[in-house]
Design a protein around this ligand. Structure first.
Ligand SMILES: C[S@@+](CC[C@H](N)C(=O)[O-])C[C@H]1O[C@@H](n2cnc3c(N)ncnc32)[C@H](O)[C@@H]1O
Ligand code: SF4
Length: 453
């Protein structure tokens, strides 16, 4: 079957599987804050002396709205918001420290947003010392942050390096000026070059570029030009995301709808980008991700130890991820919980001395097994159910659904094993959907997910 026909058949709305069950399928009505606290404590007691814990801080502010953006942001030029937000984050951290009862061993720390570099370097220093003073940092800890090239200063890079950060992710999306205008996000190649070179000079060991295919005004030429520029800077990792068009959630995306590429063109841009990256020596690892062969995530992929959580792909697998800040999602393996999304709702709960979790899900035994299969597929493009405790009726139901994809040459079903073929990688979200018993039992009535390709 050719690419066009495959797209016609399989390009349907579907999740990106940074969790299972996916957030719209959480059983919120059955979930109590106490479930979350118990799960956190249990996961902590198991993991603290072993692999340690992960921490995600959501810093939601941005000075200007990029109209394509699907993240949870608060647009403001008023930097007076920094201090009270930092106070709230530190108070939330104290709530967790009381609950954990023992000094956490920190293995992974990620600052996401919004724009973490919206905060002044001295404020990031204040926030992070407040957090780090109360933990023991694991020897092989992995600290990373998202950096907007337009407002990341040498002081930001120095401050965060001194605090232990060694990895940064630069939001680029596309280098073409017209594409940048269409998405209201202007940044020059020179800016990106300056930060990349400076980060390396300071000692950062991994620089990631976020790029997107399927943006308005993209063409074969803009993709080729973008990758030519990317290749001159040789980032260690590249996330080449599929543009998620969700105008019912992000109305600003309507502003450029008439300039969006057709589905088949969008897929062609991915194939083009992928082949340019492979010619330049990058490996495709997981969904939408590439890395130089010697980079840590590449190695983890090749060794089969790569993991995926709400922060995306990671080299570290911990049983407890605590998310601090607005909209952050925590994952305690047997339960997940999300914080209030608005700055006001979040800070109000904190001021009252309450955990700002407003919804969550306690995983059933079936969820736990299906989650492992979905993780295996997303991280290794294969899964197996040889062990009795990995088997479920839902797997055999999934296999029935996948026979058509097998006939279309996208995957191989072997005894107790499923392997995704090279051509099937583009449809990994569809393959995972066959295992998504929660979604299959309750089809959405309204649009909730972007399209899979
Ligand atoms: C929180 S944002 C980036 C951090 C920083 N604020 C910046 O813009 O550079 C994280 C990444 O999510 C991706 N992203 C945001 N909205 C998206 C969308 N609608 N579709 C696909 N990827 C998106 C972008 O690649 C972006 O760099
Ligand atoms: S892409 Fe980054 S800077 Fe732009 S609005 Fe989204 S989070 Fe903010």
């Amino acid at each position: 079957m050719n690419t066009h026909a495959l797209l016609q058949k399989y390009n349907v709305p579907g999740p990106r599987y940074t969790s299972y069950p996916t957030v719209p399928y959480w059983e919120e009505d059955k979930f109590q804050l106490n479930d979350w606290k118990k799960a956190v404590k249990k996961a902590f007691d198991i993991s603290n002396q072993k692999e340690g814990i992960s921490l995600y801080l959501h810093l939601p502010f941005c000075e200007r709205l990029c109209t394509y953006c699907g993240c949870n942001t608060r647009i403001t030029v008023n930097h007076a918001v920094e201090d009270p937000y930092i106070e709230a984050l530190l108070a939330e951290w104290d709530l967790y420290l009381d609950l954990l009862g023992e000094k956490p061993r920190l293995r992974e720390l990620h600052l996401g947003g919004g724009t973490p570099t919206f905060f002044q370097p001295e404020n990031l220093q204040k926030l992070l010392t407040g957090i780090l003073d109360k933990v023991e940092i694991c020897e092989d800890a992995n600290f990373s942050f998202e950096a907007h090239p337009h407002n990341t200063s040498p002081e930001h890079l120095q401050t965060l390096y001194a605090l232990g950060f060694r990895r940064l992710s630069l939001g680029i999306q596309d280098f073409d000026a017209e594409v940048q205008m269409a998405i209201n996000r202007l940044q020059s190649f020179e800016e990106v070059q300056e930060i990349t070179l400076l980060a390396r000079k300071i000692g950062y060991t991994s620089v990631n570029f976020d790029l997107i295919y399927g943006l308005p005004k993209q063409s074969e030429k803009t993709i080729k030009d973008t990758f030519e520029k990317v290749n001159t800077l040789r980032p260690d990792r590249i996330a080449f995301y599929s543009y998620a068009h969700v105008p019912w959630l992000r109305p600003a995306q309507k502003s450029f709808e008439m300039y969006l590429p057709e589905d088949s063109m969008k897929r062609y841009f991915y194939e083009l980008g992928k082949s340019l990256l492979e010619q330049a020596g990058y490996l495709e690892i997981g969904m939408d991700h590439f890395a130089l062969p010697k980079e840590a995530l590449s190695k983890a992929y090749q060794e089969g130890s790569m993991h995926r959580n709400f922060m995306g792909y990671t080299t570290t697998s911990t049983k407890l991820l605590i998310g601090l800040g607005t909209s952050s999602i925590g994952d305690a393996w047997t339960a997940m919980g999300q914080n209030y999304k608005s700055v006001e709702g979040y800070t109000k709960a904190i001021k009252q001395g309450k955990f700002p979790i407003y919804r969550g899900h306690a995983l059933s035994q079936e969820d736990l097994i299906l989650r492992q299969h979905i993780l295996n597929l997303m991280c290794r493009f294969e899964t197996n159910w040889q062990e009795p405790d990995t088997q479920l009726p839902a797997i055999y139901e999934a296999l029935e659904k996948l026979t058509e994809m097998e006939q279309d040459g996208l995957l191989e079903i072997l005894p107790y094993q499923l392997k995704v073929k090279e051509q099937g990688r583009a449809y990994i979200r569809n393959i995972c959907m066959a295992f998504d018993a929660r979604m299959l039992s309750k089809q959405p009535k309204t649009m909730i997910f972007s399209k899979t390709v």
